[in-house]
Design a binder for this molecule. Structure first.
Ligand code: AMP
Length: 137
């Protein structure tokens, strides 16, 4: 079943996790394979696969929890900053198909830097922007 994800098992306490926060709509726990110590996942209790099917109120609840716990995660590991990301579909690195937001504590010396950046050829940005505007219209 689509909704029988590893994160649902954590929500139902069928498998262990280092849970740091929970409310009626969301749960937050440490990522089992952290990019850095303190790497935390915020997961909605109402199932969605990712950003492409999540309901507004579900994402609102997730982001409320992200904002609530970010300072606590930062302080717990004395991080210098934090990368907050959501992977959506395998091309982006999504491996658990239950929507979640990563809070990744960042350190000045962690060596991760920024995602590699590219350059547009002339006219490409304007063309893509127009396609996005048309898709939204
Ligand atoms: P993503 O690549 O965005 O789908 O991220 C899924 C994350 O879930 C990965 O970083 C995994 O390390 C993490 N993960 C998978 N199983 C567990 C688990 N049982 N407890 C905690 N984190 C997990």
């Amino acid at each position: 079943m689509t909704e029988d994800t590893v994160f649902m098992k954590i929500i139902r306490r069928e498998i262990p996790a280092d849970i740091v926060y929970e409310d009626a709509s969301t749960i937050a726990f440490l990522d089992i394979r952290p990019n850095n110590p303190g790497h935390t996942l915020v997961v909605p209790k109402t199932f969605a696969r990712n950003i492409f099917d999540i309901r507004d109120e579900t994402l609102d609840a997730v982001m409320h929890t992200v904002r609530l716990i970010a300072p606590a995660v930062r302080n717990a590991v004395s991080a210098d900053g934090m990368t907050i990301i959501m992977n959506n579909e395998p091309a982006s690195g999504q491996i658990v198909f239950h929507a979640h937001v990563h809070l990744i504590p960042r350190f000045s010396n962690d060596g991760f830097g920024h995602l590699p950046q590219k350059q547009y050829v002339p006219g490409e940005a304007a063309s893509i922007a127009e396609k996005i505007r048309q898709a939204l219209a």
